[in-house]
Design a protein around this ligand. Structure first.
Ligand SMILES: *Cc1c(COP(=O)(O)O)cnc(C)c1O
Ligand code: SF4
Length: 342
């Protein structure tokens, strides 16, 4: 069966009941629910299912709060040529396309992602590569989108080869949801494309709940790791999906067990129509503190906020040092307070 892409298809699967607000939600962002994710939804309680909640549109998306933004992380402000976002001196994002395997209802590029349209033309991709080629300070190129693993394997291989041919690009990083949500796309051709001859490639995978790691997903991650591709995990902190200590504990352990190093836990961005997914920073810090006391250092992500306006990502705690520089105190992972000579 193919990816579900319409309200009708979701209704036939019993995942939604008719509601006029859903049409508005579906209009504001494309629908995409893959076979693999569909198979993991618990049909007895769809409304609270952590997988269904990520991909099935809800009426809550039509509620737009005044502080929510069309471009929540300021990509537009930092885009010198189409497809490039250049915010830090040593690295750029390169977005070859806007298609994704699924459409996450909380997506931080919600207003941009979608099937068809807006992929870079060959000429635009050449111009983006020209921008990178002309700037020796660019040490790392991060392919994102959309999802770079939605490119045809031949086109992906050509793009990675083109980056590999730029001597100052040491690192090619991809951020993708494909290995998690549509592992059947991780074919031998794709894996071959992910092996540049000179540069080093890292792959970040976006995974928000341990239940996303079904057996086809585990097999795809194992194939990537067996081929020497280092894997990072990115998780978005989401109300009603993973904002509980036990859930994050289980997810981070599961990621480490499949050779994915938790990299970032993203504070949810101020995306329009996503208030129902939002968690406070205070709650995020509390969860991170609890993880510090429970989990191996291997399983600890950094909790980050993308500062609205295009100012980049920063860690947002929690802090373990008191703020009096003359009487320094440090809190241990179990909440004990200790003084430390300043
Ligand atoms: C997130 C992001 C990066 C990568 O940041 P890291 O902290 O290196 O993972 C680079 N450029 C832009 C514009 C970003 O949004
Ligand atoms: S896969 Fe990533 S870019 Fe695509 S819809 Fe989900 S969060 Fe957005």
């Amino acid at each position: 069966m193919a990816t579900l892409r319409t309200l009708d298809a979701l209704e036939r699967e019993g995942l939604i009941t008719p509601d006029p607000r859903l049409a508005a939600a579906a209009e504001s962002m494309a629908i995409g629910l893959t076979d693999e994710m569909l198979a993991l939804i618990d049909r007895r309680d769809v409304a609270n299912d952590p997988i269904a909640r990520q991909f099935v549109p809800s009426a809550a998306e039509t509620v737009i709060a005044p502080d929510e933004l069309a471009d929540p992380i300021g990509d537009e402000a930092r885009s010198p040529v189409k497809g490039i976002v250049h915010r830090y001196p040593d690295r750029v994002l390169l977005k070859p396309l806007h298609a994704c395997p699924v459409y996450c209802r909380f997506c931080f590029r919600r207003e941009k992602v979608g099937p068809g349209g807006e992929a870079l033309s060959e000429a635009e991709l050449d111009a983006a590569l020209g921008y990178i080629r002309a700037r020796p300070e660019i040490w790392e190129v991060i392919l994102t989108g959309g999802d770079p693993l939605m490119m045809a394997p031949r086109r992906l291989a050509a793009l990675i080869a083109a980056l590999d041919a730029i001597p100052h690009v040491a690192i090619i990083r991809l951020h993708s949801r494909v290995p998690i949500v549509e592992p059947s796309r991780v074919t031998a051709d794709v894996i071959a494309a992910l092996k540049p001859k000179r540069a080093t490639l890292w792959l970040g995978v976006h995974c928000n709940h341990a239940r996303e790691l079904g057996s086809p997903t585990r097999a795809a991650l194992a194939a990537l790791a067996d081929n020497g591709i280092p894997l990072l995990g990115q998780t978005v902190l989401l109300a009603g999906i993973n904002d509980a200590v036990e859930t994050l504990d289980e997810l981070m352990r599961a990621l480490v067990s499949v050779r994915v190093k938790p990299y970032y836990l993203h504070h949810p961005d101020l995306v329009r129509g996503t208030g129902h997914f939002r968690v406070s920073i205070a709650r995020g810090q509390e969860l991170m503190k609890a993880l510090r006391g429970r989990l191996s250092g291997l399983a600890q992500p950094t909790y980050v906020l993308d500062v609205p306006g295009g100012h980049g990502k920063v860690p947002v705690g929690p802090a373990y040092l008191g703020d009096d520089p003359d009487a320094l105190t440090v809190e241990d992972a179990f909440g004990g307070q200790h003084s430390y000579p300043g």
